[in-house]
Design a protein around this ligand. Structure first.
Ligand SMILES: C[S@@+](CC[C@H](N)C(=O)[O-])C[C@H]1O[C@@H](n2cnc3c(N)ncnc32)[C@H](O)[C@@H]1O
Length: 253
């Protein structure tokens, strides 16, 4: 599955950068702002995609090693373009769910935006990311929980894609002691429902499903979605979960 997932994100990368990156910017800002003062050490960015976290990290931490990790070669290519000219920034193409042992208790921060909800075992991934922190380091993760809004394009797509899916989910952060745990809402505006559907189906997380199920499935979904969607410009305020935790003190280790 991870090959198909990586390929889907390769194909989505340009559109994702164009459509979603500007709209998701406030959540990226919130995740990076959460880092505050950090001990020395590299900053890891699992599931970095095109690396929208990078500019903000460079502003706050100009002299750090910063490492982005993503499964998709297409995403990593765009991330490399963003990182060009910054000698302390590097990219790794690979699975970020379990971090390489070289990072164990070595990092000043792990920051990740909108990757966790895609991983097969989010709780295990969070544990792995947390274990990469040195004492007083910071984990800052923003992800989409199973319910993001009462009504809006995200909830309407979810209802069409997974009708009857249970709202409850296992808490991926159950294994951590959190310093902060909040739902963070910002407005997102789409020109209209058709524009949103196009971006969601081809340049976002639905791309893998669209590839697997085929064009007829996507057309059927589009018709159902547009039938119930409002006319004209569409603004919604989805809530993402922001969690943060501090690396263990040496005595806890
Ligand atoms: C929605 S994008 C978010 C990218 C970026 N952090 C942002 O905020 O725009 C999710 C990214 O997670 C990556 N991804 C999914 N599963 C992954 C895995 N197991 N390991 C590394 N990256 C993964 C995808 O390739 C995609 O680039």
């Amino acid at each position: 599955m991870s090959d198909e997932l990586a390929r889907a994100w390769d194909e989505a990368a340009d559109g994702y950068e164009q459509y979603f990156v500007p709209r998701f910017r406030p959540w990226v800002e919130a995740a990076v702002a959460e880092l505050g003062d950090l001990p020395p050490g590299p900053i890891l960015v699992p599931c970095c995609g095109t690396f929208p976290e990078l500019d903000l990290l460079l502003e706050q931490f100009p002299n750090r090693e910063i490492v982005g990790i993503d499964l998709s070669a297409g995403m990593v290519e765009l991330a490399r373009q963003r990182a060009s000219g910054h000698d302390l920034v590097s990219l790794v193409e690979g699975d970020a769910a379990t971090l390489d042992p070289q990072w164990h208790r070595a990092c000043s921060a792990v920051v990740s935006v909108f990757g966790l909800q895609q991983l097969p075992d989010p709780q295990q991934a969070l544990s792995s990311w947390y274990d990469a922190l040195r004492s007083e380091g910071r984990l800052s993760v923003v992800y989409w929980p199973s319910v993001t809004e009462e009504d809006g394009p995200f909830s309407q797509m979810k209802a069409l894609l997974r009708p009857g899916a249970p709202a409850a989910e296992e808490d991926p952060a159950a294994v951590l002691t959190l310093d902060r745990d909040e739902l963070v809402r910002f407005p997102i505006t789409h020109d209209d429902a058709a524009t949103f559907f196009e971006a969601y189906a081809h340049s976002g997380p639905m791309r893998a499903t669209a590839n697997a199920r085929g064009a007829a499935y996507v057309e059927d979904l589009r018709a159902k979605f547009l039938q119930q969607a409002p006319d004209g410009e569409w603004t919604h305020r989805p809530a993402a979960r922001l969690i943060s935790a501090t690396g263990r003190a040496p005595t806890d280790r």
